[in-house]
Write a protein that binds this ligand. Structure first.
Ligand SMILES: COC[C@@H]1[C@H](c2ccc(C#Cc3ccccc3)cc2)[C@@H]2CN(C(=O)Nc3ccc(OC4CC4)cc3)C[C@@H](O)[C@@H](O)CN12
Length: 292
């Protein structure tokens, strides 16, 4: 019908169905939060409830100094090789390091001190200057502890959850990068018992109450422990992380008081996410391929 004036009036004669104001709208196929982000929030909430402050991890590029040397990791350690670490071409070297602290790190690597024998090798500044993609968030922990040593000492609880990069073969469950979760407590007179206690409290909040600890080795912690938990679902003991007490060779050159101890632990974000969401191929978590 053409749009004449009288035609526009004839809707008044038509019969319309009553409005159903209780009708539900069409379900919107809205977006979904990525599982990694949901589990990251769970861990962040647990750390915040336990009084931890988040560390600033917004620098993927780090110097070998903060990533390795400050942690008393020797320059000939295999993890510092380009087969395990991504070194940067440009900028290949770091701009600025605290010279007086670098000198003390050089000393402790070469000839020890603070009760340590050291590694007895010629420490090279060029090696420490090399820029890399951080291999662990422990590089951020060393920066934070150094900053803590600068001022009057106050006990601190810090955590970090962010991406780290390893030049490793990738397979079904390993990518060249992953998200590391790290917690640390810095206070006078802390002991291994305090570490075990805080680990029990931390993992209990994730539903893992039965923990076992196994002696382990890290270049920057002594003693070190691998952490295991009995997983009801998988009916077996699962390695859920690593932990330890930062060595005096790491803490003393920073200038922390000699009775200050640091207990720390780490785990990944991908492993718990894959287990909690039943994902058995890391490609389903990340990756460019999307099955449409
Ligand atoms: C090269 O990657 C190492 C990674 C990653 C890891 C290991 C150690 C640290 C550390 C540390 C550290 C130690 C001392 C001081 C400071 C930091 C951080 C991440 C996980 C650490 N792991 C790991 O996350 N396993 C895990 C964690 C939680 C979890 O929860 C499930 C709901 C039940 C399940 C599993 C242990 C293993 O997966 C291990 O084979 C792989 N590890």
């Amino acid at each position: 019908t053409d749009l004449t004036r009288e035609n526009l009036q004839n809707w008044k004669e038509l019969e319309f169905k009553e409005y159903n104001f209780n009708a539900m709208g069409q379900p919107l196929d809205a977006g979904h939060l990525h599982p990694i982000l949901k589990v990251r929030k769970q861990f962040k909430d647990i750390f915040c409830q336990m009084g931890f402050e988040e560390m600033p991890t917004n620098n993927f590029v780090e110097s070998s100094f903060w990533n390795f040397d400050a942690l008393f990791q020797p320059q000939q350690h295999p993890a510092r090789d380009s087969h395990d670490t991504f070194f940067l071409k440009a900028p290949s070297t770091t701009r600025k390091l605290p010279e007086d602290y670098v000198e003390r790190v050089k000393q402790v690597h070469e000839s020890g001190g603070y009760g340590s024998r050291g590694y007895n090798y010629e420490w090279k500044r060029e090696e420490a200057n090399k820029n890399l993609l951080r291999t662990h968030t422990t590089a951020v922990s060393s920066r934070m502890l150094y900053a803590l040593a600068k001022g009057p000492f106050t006990p601190k609880k810090y955590f970090s959850i962010d991406r780290v990069f390893r030049n490793e073969a990738v397979d079904r469950t390993h990518l060249a990068e992953f998200h590391q979760i790290e917690g640390l407590i810095c206070d006078r007179g802390l002991t291994l018992g305090d570490l075990i206690g805080v680990l029990k409290e931390f993992f209990k909040r994730l539903g893992m109450s039965e923990l076992r600890f196994k002696p382990a080795y890290n270049p920057y912690t002594e003693p070190s422990m691998e952490i295991f938990s009995y997983h009801e679902g998988l009916k077996k003991w699962v390695e859920i992380g690593n932990s330890g007490m930062f060595r005096p060779e790491m803490l003393q050159p920073m200038g922390l008081p000699e009775d200050v101890r640091v207990i720390a632990w780490g785990l990944s974000l991908e492993r718990p996410t894959m287990i909690l969401y039943g994902i058995d191929n890391i490609r389903d978590l990340f990756g460019h391929k999307v099955d449409l």
